[in-house]
Design a protein around this ligand. Structure first.
Ligand code: NAI
Ligand code: MG
Length: 397
């Protein structure tokens, strides 16, 4: 098989730290490939006025597969203030490189697996019928539509006249808002297209079939949001009936889902949702399996571009510790998703097993796993450093 070049985007803060650890693990597991580093993040904003330089887009376009750490974003005022003096007042405007990547490559499918590791002290627990402690095994994979919905960016405060007029043609708008001054109205558009909705649904169903999940749960609110959520639900029924009759289709409303997931999270497998509800439900499930230290993700586009990254950000407050304390597992698991994507399931399986062994053994735990408040002192309180956690995983390989 042809050797795949992987674009490495460490980014900022702990993104750089956990990336280094993930690459150590890939190396130790015998993954042979060519890495090429891409520039992304705050430093390139400050130096060049662009946190996602064109050369980085070119690299990803060429090699298709990127492993991404995390970046730092700051509000506009700070962004302006930290820009190199030679670039000031030249019209540079900061915009998030994550959103930039997503839009540029149309990474419309986001996958966030949330699987509990046996022995993780952060696992969700509940009381059983006889008051005993139960620790349900959670294995949920959330398929989040990544480009549309309320995050489309189509929004107004004080909508222009023609937009207002268009809304006034809707009976409910005219009745309920017709007398409100436009300058007192903010509108954010929730947009779903048939194509993107079909793509996320198909991805979810195909995954369920391939990995033997018995059901796909659509988590929206079609009884109230009849057009957009309704579109997803209607298409889901059609796709299930015609193409995936062996897979059970479940409809849950996002609000009820947020309640059910702490009562019986083991009932859910593949979940599919629009952008915003997918964002919410994936964070909620991640909380049940240990939170940001364990939450990995992948984003895919129609043309096969794929970006793998932990869900967490650059955690600047921990970035400059002499001994890093953050949990590298989310980043390492993101690398495992990358391996699986390029057909290296054997290597990723071994890495996942090594992580599972370390967690089950329980001797080496990062500060988050010990429920400590992050500070340099956590090491003296028995927490493993980022590097020690990685060492432990490597030694299990
Ligand atoms: P964050 O995810 O960086 O950190 C929030 C908190 O979560 C941390 O203070 C820490 O307590 C914990 N945490 C995060 N990663 C951890 C790890 N690997 N191990 C243990 N604990 C961990 O989010 P925050 O503080 O809201 O944002 C910091 C910066 O990151 C901002 O500039 C933000 O814009 C950016 N960000 C970037 C993302 C990305 O690159 N995908 C996603 C979220 C935020
Ligand atoms: Mg989120």
């Amino acid at each position: 098989m042809e050797r795949q070049t992987i674009v490495i985007l460490p980014g900022d803060g702990i993104g750089e730290i956990v990336m280094k650890q993930a690459l150590r693990v890939l190396d130790a597991a015998g993954f042979e490939t060519d890495y090429i580093y891409g520039d992304i993040g705050w430093k390139y904003w400050c130096r060049e006025g662009n946190p996602l330089p064109e050369r980085t887009l070119d690299l990803i376009k060429k090699h298709k597969i990127a492993l991404f750490g995390a970046i730092t974003s700051k509000p506009n005022e700070e962004a302006k203030a930290e820009l190199d003096p030679s670039l000031k007042d030249k019209g540079f405007v900061y915009s998030s490189p994550i959103v930039g990547l997503r839009q540029h490559f149309n990474l419309d499918i986001c996958v966030r697996p949330c699987r509990s590791y046996k022995g993780n002290p952060l696992n969700f627990i509940r009381r059983g019928r006889n008051n005993e402690i139960e620790e349900p095994f959670i294995d949920a994979v959330i398929f989040r539509q990544n480009t549309e919905c309320l995050y489309s960016g189509v929004e107004w405060t004080n909508p222009p006249q023609n937009v207002w007029q268009a809304f006034m043609t809707h009976k409910k708008f005219a009745e309920n808002y017709g007398n409100v001054p436009p300058e007192e109205v903010s509108i954010s558009a929730r947009i779903f297209t048939r194509k993107a909705t079909t793509r996320i649904l198909m991805a979810a169903f195909e995954y369920a079939r391939e990995k033997n999940y018995p059901s796909v749960t659509v988590c929206e609110k079609p009884n109230v949001i009849r057009e957009t959520s309704g579109l997803m639900w209607r298409l889901a029924k059609e796709i299930q009936k015609t193409l995936f009759p062996e897979i059970k289709l479940i409809n849950t409303n996002i609000d009820a889902q947020m309640m059910w997931l702490t009562k019986n999270p083991e009932d859910y497998g593949v979940i599919v949702a629009g952008n915003m509800f997918g964002d919410i439900v994936s964070d909620a499930f991640a909380g049940l399996i240990g939170g940001l230290g364990f939450a990995c993700s992948a984003q895919f586009s129609e043309d096969g571009t794929a970006v793998f990254e932990p869900t967490h950000g650059s955690a600047p407050k921990y970035a400059d510790y002499e001994i890093s304390i953050v949990n590298p597992v989310a980043m390492i698991e993101s690398a495992c998703m990358m391996l699986e994507y390029i057909g290296k399931e054997d290597i990723s399986g071994r890495i996942r097993k090594a992580i599972a062994d370390v967690i089950l053994e329980g001797k080496v735990r990062t500060y988050d796993m010990l429920r400590l408040k992050g500070s340099p002192d956590v090491i003296s309180q028995g927490a493993a450093s980022t590097e020690q956690m990685t060492d432990a995983i490597i030694s299990k390989l």
